[in-house]
Design a protein around this ligand. Structure first.
Ligand code: NAD
Ligand code: IPM
Ligand code: MN
Length: 376
């Protein structure tokens, strides 16, 4: 029997709650479809950090690298300063494994209440292809006053970035600086991924989400290189460049009709939460951090401390992320069966059987059980 070792980091808040439901579903499809999953669990997150001061260990990274894929719940906890766990665990993993794509489909499922009703028969069915290693997520910058130096270091698979910024202010005021950077190979690889996906989806156009009118150095470069790659390598595709502010406006008025949206890291983060809201909720929004090495699957939502421990979390995003993971390792049939089970459950659910997120009464584990019951 085929066995996959899966690195598993449940994390904080609702992370372990929603992941447990994904586990239930994976246990069923793996036994039905003749493969096994061996879970290699990691304790990283707020509790481990507060107890030991450790965020991630080198030996854990080595162990993870030997796995077929990784599943993550969420990290982040109000007891820890914002950013410590997020940068020290989540972003560190994305960067370490050079997971340069964050693939975030936004799909509205029939019968799920939407904040903006769609014309009958229409659906939101687009996908954010978020660049996942560069932009304002380089993590480089600093703060100071009057005369100060900012060390700028970021190590990526593509390059080791090193510089020092000498800041000289004519006044003694405090200032903070954060650098955004993008590289030609970084843009090329996300553009190729987006274009290949558009071809697979049978689309004629890809959208680039930019803001070169106001942030010309990095996003002007982004526009230029993306246009070059599409023109040279994908002559059958057209490229539309849309400013992120205008995109938000268009989405709020008409969220359907979009296809592949290539986004730099920060805009991709924001636009994917907006689309998640428009397509039903964060509780149904799945994601995959894809690279040429270990890829990591996680819902796009966070640890939701406001509902952690209450049973109110919707586990569908985690369940659909698990399906993306199965597709990634080549278990397409089992992945499709999970997606079909989610659709079937949502399509037939009366309000009381709906997740609490959608105004229903089904707890996190109830939702997991109802999806499980629809596995064919
Ligand atoms: P969040 O995504 O955790 O929550 C935003 C809102 O959506 C909250 O009201 C929450 O209750 C709701 N929500 C989220 N997931 C839900 C689900 N499955 N079912 C029902 N409702 C759900 O974002 P936030 O509040 O900005 O962040 C909370 C913590 O999570 C912070 O520490 C943040 O840094 C972290 N975070 C982590 C990740 C990750 O690990 N991938 C992603 C985003 C945020
Ligand atoms: C996400 C999250 C992370 C991000 C945070 C927690 C660092 O919001 O996965 O979307 O900004 O990428
Ligand atoms: Mn986010």
């Amino acid at each position: 029997m085929k066995q996959y070792n899966i690195a598993y980091l449940p994390g904080d808040g609702i992370g372990p709650e929603v992941s447990a439901e994904a586990h239930k579903v994976l246990a069923k499809v793996s036994s039905d479809y003749g493969f096994s999953l061996k879970w290699v669990e990691f304790p990283y997150g707020a509790t481990h950090y507060l107890k030991t001061g450790e965020l991630l260990s080198q030996s854990a990274l080595t162990e993870m690298a030997d796995c077929s894929a990784m599943m993550l719940g969420a990290v982040g906890d109000p007891k820890v300063k914002p950013g410590v766990l997020e940068q020290g665990i989540l972003l560190a993993l994305r960067f370490h494994f050079d997971q340069y794509i964050n693939l975030r489909p936004a799909v509205s499922f029939p019968n799920v209440p939407l904040p903006i009703a769609l014309p009958k028969g229409e659906q939101i069915n687009c996908v954010v292809v978020r660049e996942n290693t560069e932009d304002f997520y380089m993590g480089i910058g600093g703060r100071g006053r009057k005369n100060f130096q900012v060390p700028l270091h970021a190590k990526r698979a593509l390059y080791d970035f090193n510089a020092t910024l000498d800041v000289k202010l004519d006044q003694d005021i405090e200032m903070a600086i954060q650098l955004g950077a993008i590289s030609r190979p970084g843009i090329e690889r996300v553009t190729r991924f987006g274009c290949e996906l558009a071809k697979k989806r049978g689309e004629k156009n890809v959208a680039l989400v930019s803001k070169s009118n106001a942030v010309p150095h990095i996003y002007g470069f982004l526009d230029e290189v993306t246009k070059e790659v599409v023109a040279k390598e994908y002559p059958d595709l057209t490229l539309s460049v849309v400013n992120v502010d205008a995109l938000c406006y268009h989405l709020a008025r008409k969220p359907q009709g979009w296809g592949v949206m290539i986004c730099p890291n920060l805009f991709g983060d924001i636009v994917s939460d907006l689309l998640a809201g428009l397509a039903g909720g964060l509780g149904v929004a799945a994601a995959g951090n894809i690279g040429d090495g270990l890829s990591m699957f996680e819902p796009i939502h966070g640890s939701a401390p406001d509902i952690a421990g209450t049973g109110k979390a919707n586990p569908i995003a985690a369940i659909l992320s698990a399906a993306m993971m199965l597709q990634h390792v080549g278990e397409d049939k089992a992945a499709a069966v999970i997606e079909d089970a989610v659709k079937a459950y949502l399509a037939d659910a009366k309000l009381p059987q709906m997740p609490i997120e959608f105004g229903g009464s089904a707890s996190c584990s109830n939702v997991g059980d109802m999806v499980l019951a629809r596995i064919k």
